[in-house]
Design a protein around this ligand. Structure first.
Ligand SMILES: Nc1ncnc2c1ncn2[C@@H]1O[C@H](COP(=O)(O)OP(=O)(O)OP(=O)(O)O)[C@@H](O)[C@H]1O
Length: 613
């Protein structure tokens, strides 16, 4: 049972930039967007939240779902089985966001299976978790598309309605007693929308409390709602049984003059649109006086057109009537509450019981690693990617074909190849890693909001899952180049070269993860990354030796230069070209430190990321 009373919520309107458009608002002005909303929804009920765009539906849903970004700006009382919100509730509440945040390359079955493995607690065996995923698949009628990929705007996958059902399935896997849905029917045709609503109706009648924001339901969908909250500009205009809404508005003087879908009628009222609607006497009077004023004065001389003036009055009237309705409801509610007290005692105990992570760290790591691997298997198996590496290696091998070191010029040429290898492998892995966290941010936010797994398990799984393929490609590249360019003979030199390039790859990935996680914006991150890669490459000591002291420190951060130093040492030991050898141990140590340090910074950046919406 969810009960909420006099919920008010403010946001701080962000400081307007010079070219920003928050006209009329001072920097940091707070704005109340929910003005005293009261209501309740119990097990077995479906509560629909309706109102025009911008009326506060999503905000209210987020607030009730514990996803408020500024808890200090929230007032009023919200009780879940008579207990205020605690973090332990996160894993008991299902929340389906408006956007379908799913991995596009996973199939429907894989998506539900991974969610079941991560979300269902350890007291279930693996087989039971898999069975649960299959049961949900069947319950939502998704067997037919079970092995179809989810897809996205660029990749053909399941339909919009099926995608939405997958999102709902992910939430009902844990059998939540409370299920929130933000616009589950938006973007769907009326038949699919009706299917989703009847699914929610069924889920509610199986003993859950379901609360959904709905934009424009058909009249058949409307009749499936048990309760209804109507909002207008953040003010409540109705709360009660959905079936009673038309009668209520009739009693306060609003009746449709032509046959209308009740949802259209209610939305029109909340928007202040009273065409084809009878008005209560005082508003009728007001309408007449505005109409007569319209004859005498121009609209420009009064603040607002006649229609908006009447609309404002209608909204105010509705809000006043609703306040009265809710205070009457409050008195009857206290009688019902006495009856509920008995049942609530044991429910409270369940809700406030301390909950651990659903699965162990190691299980989370393995499942996330497997999921990451499956999601990106198309990239790993991509012929283009392998071709890119092989062709680059063949090109480099041809340019440095059977390179020699007999003369100073030949030696210089071969050094060029070593520098190229350091730079090349400092570039590609960085840019692949750069996009990892920004692109997965919505999924991470969604899953972390329900405490599905530890951030450290995700981080380790995500940062390690790309490594095998990068290392595999590195080995292919080095083997081709090494043989074609006829680099130093000897098994150990060959193995050390591979290890050095792999260290370069791992360090460069770390830089990519670090920039991506710190910035979380693909465009900004790639701009910064290009500057950094270029800076490190230039300061690496190949192009310039005498770097001014004030910028000399950059060379110590240049992973490409450290790799180059190690490679030259492997090729020539300390016989030639002493100026570039530097201290081998220092370079290896510097790269090893970078591998760890950049990842640590990336992890800290992710930790600091705001999870709430
Ligand atoms: N963080 C914020 N800063 C400033 N204004 C906000 C913020 N969040 C919400 N608002 C404002 O609060 C009002 C309600 O927003 P909300 O998204 O809850 O409306 P909605 O009814 O869900 O709209 P829609 O149906 O279009 O999704 C809007 O006017 C919106 O601009």
């Amino acid at each position: 049972m969810l009960q909420f009373e006099d919920v008010r919520y403010k946001v701080v309107v962000k400081k307007a930039s010079k070219w920003g458009c928050t006209f009329g608002m001072k920097a940091g002005t707070d704005k109340e967007i929910l003005h005293g909303i009261t209501g309740s929804v119990g097990a077995g009920e479906m509560l629909a939240m309706m109102g025009p765009s911008g009326s506060g539906k999503t905000t209210l849903l987020n607030v009730l779902g514990g996803r408020r970004s500024n808890p200090q700006w929230l007032t009023g009382s919200i009780l879940y089985n008579d207990v205020p919100y605690t973090k332990n509730l996160k894993r008991r509440i299902g929340f389906v966001t408006q956007d379908d945040v799913l991995f596009p390359h996973l199939t429907v079955r894989e998506t539900l299976t991974f969610s079941a493995l991560l979300r269902l607690p350890d007291r279930f065996t693996k087989d039971q978790k898999l069975q649960r995923a299959e049961a949900v698949l069947a319950q939502l009628g998704l067997q037919r598309c079970g092995d179809t990929i989810i897809g996205n705007q660029f990749l053909r996958g399941v339909s919009g309605g099926e995608r939405k059902r997958v999102c709902i399935g992910q939430e009902i896997l844990i059998n939540p007693s409370l299920l929130f849905l933000d616009e589950p029917t938006s973007g769907l045709d009326s038949t699919t929308a009706l299917r989703i609503i009847s699914l929610l109706h069924k889920l509610a009648h199986q003993g859950r409390a379901v609360m959904a924001t709905i934009h424009q339901p058909s009249s058949r969908a409307f009749h499936m709602f048990d309760k209804l909250i109507l909002l207008s500009d953040g003010y409540p205009t109705y709360f009660g049984k959905a079936k009673g809404a038309m009668t209520y508005f009739d009693t306060i003087g609003f009746t449709p003059l032509i046959p209308m879908n009740p949802a259209d009628f209610l939305l029109d009222l909340c928007s202040g649109n009273t065409n084809d609607v009878s008005l209560p006497p005082n508003l009728q009077q007001r309408k007449k006086s505005i109409a007569s004023q319209k004859q005498k004065i121009t609209p420009a001389s009064v603040p607002g057109t006649p229609m908006t003036l009447l609309g404002k009055d209608v909204k105010k009237y509705l809000a006043d009537c609703c306040e009265h309705q809710i205070s009457t409801w409050d008195r009857t509610k206290s009688l019902q509450n006495q009856k509920l007290q008995q049942n609530l005692k044991h429910l409270q105990a369940v809700v406030s019981e301390k909950q651990q992570w659903p699965t162990t760290w190691w299980d989370q790591f393995i499942i996330l690693f497997m999921r990451g691997f499956k999601e990106r298997r198309h990239e790993y198996m991509s012929l283009m990617r392998v071709l890119q590496m092989v062709l680059s290696a063949l090109l480099a091998g041809s340019l440095w074909w059977h390179s020699k070191t007999s003369t100073f010029r030949q030696l210089q040429d071969q050094e060029g190849l070593l520098f190229f290898m350091g730079v090349f492998w400092g570039y590609f892995p960085l840019f692949t890693a750069l996009f990892t966290f920004p692109l997965e941010r919505p999924i991470l936010m969604k899953e972390r909001a329900t405490d599905m797994y530890r951030l450290s398990a995700y981080f380790m799984a995500r940062t390690l899952s790309d490594l095998p393929i990068e290392i595999g490609l590195t080995i292919i590249f080095v083997v081709i180049v090494y043989l074609m360019a006829n680099l130093r003979h000897g098994f150990l030199s060959f193995i050390y070269t591979i290890l050095a390039v792999c260290l370069d790859v791992t360090a460069s990935q770390g830089v990519g993860f670090c920039i991506g996680a710190a910035i979380m914006d693909v465009q900004k991150a790639s701009t910064l990354a290009s500057v950094i890669v270029l800076g490190f490459m230039l300061a690496g000591g190949y192009f310039i030796q005498n770097i001014p002291p004030f910028i000399g420190w950059v060379k110590y951060l240049s992973f490409q230069a450290h790799t180059y130093k190690i490679l030259t040492y492997i090729q020539y030991e300390d016989a030639v070209n002493v100026r570039l050898h530097g201290d081998l141990a220092n370079s290896v140590l510097a790269l090893a430190v970078m591998v760890v340090a950049y990842r640590a910074i990336a992890y800290i950046s992710l930790r600091r990321m705001k999870i709430s919406v």
